[in-house]
Ligand binder design. Structure first.
Ligand code: GDP
Ligand code: MG
Length: 232
């Protein structure tokens, strides 16, 4: 059973090399794809250098910053062309700890999608300020009551999919160019009746680099998801 780990990056030079070696150090049948949007801090150059010695690491460089959502679409399309059984997506900033990957691969055996959940019993968020926490709670309520996404952590971008789940989503029709791709994919998964399991995770605020989320992205996510609700 082969898994591909997809990681989007923008300015993750402090994290990316350590993250990749931690994932490969799990000694599982895993390969990695990083989609980098021409990071201004040299993340792309680091990836180029280390990928020469790591056959299990592939890198897609995009010419400019096109957003987390479009990186996801490129990553998933690439994954669907590979000989893989499972696709895992995670952030590059160590908020999503590689130690959960073996657990995800165990749990996916009897469901279609595993979500690393901060809000399932036993999960938690460490080190996040009140403002981000309130925003996250609002997003969760919005997803549940407006979009009908009935999971405890609808905004978690740490997930494992069976390949056939992503095959059943029309990637070219996704509306999100930014981070709301996470919720949009959940929306389609649940609409199609796939079996989702939430596995509790401890989510720690990024240890290095800075968040790429800002007010414009939050508003864009809100209106993108609202469109999803009304164009069903
Ligand atoms: N390829 C690509 N990756 C991005 C972009 N914006 C953010 N990311 C990556 O998406 C992941 C989540 O971003 P992050 O800033 O940690 O968001 P936060 O956790 O919501 O604060 C990280 O791995 C980022 O490097 C982008 O425009 N393009
Ligand atoms: Mg983050």
């Amino acid at each position: 059973m082969h898994a591909l780990v997809f990681i989007p990056t923008y300015n993750e030079q402090e994290n990316i090399e350590n993250l990749i070696s931690e994932i490969l150090g799990l000694n599982l049948d895993i390969s990695i794809l990083v989609v980098d949007d021409n990071s201004s801090d040299g993340t792309g150059k680091i990836l180029e250098k280390i990928s020469k010695a790591l056959p299990r690491l592939s890198v897609i460089h995009r010419f400019d910053r096109q957003g987390r959502g479009l990186a996801g679409i490129v990553g998933f399309k690439y994954a669907l062309k590979q000989n893989v059984d499972y696709i895992i997506e995670m952030d590059a900033d160590f908020s999503h700890r590689p130690k959960y990957i073996p657990l995800f691969l165990e749990k996916i055996k009897d469901c279609d999608v595993v979500i690393g959940s901060r809000r399932a019993r036993g999960g938690k968020v460490i080190g996040r300020g009140l403002r981000r926490e309130c925003l996250s709670l609002l997003a969760q309520y919005f997803c549940r009551f407006v979009l009908g996404i009935n999971v405890l952590d609808a905004t978690s971008g740490f997930r494992c999919f069976r390949k056939n789940v992503l095959e059943r989503i029309d990637l070219d029709k996704l509306k999100s160019t930014g981070p709301s791709i996470v919720e949009e994919i959940n929306f389609h998964i649940l609409k199609q009746g796939f079996k989702v399991k939430e596995v509790p995770i401890e989510f720690e605020l990024r240890c290095a680099g800075s968040s790429k989320l800002n007010l414009i992205k939050v508003l864009d996510a809100f209106f993108t998801l609202l469109r999803l609700r009304f164009t069903r």
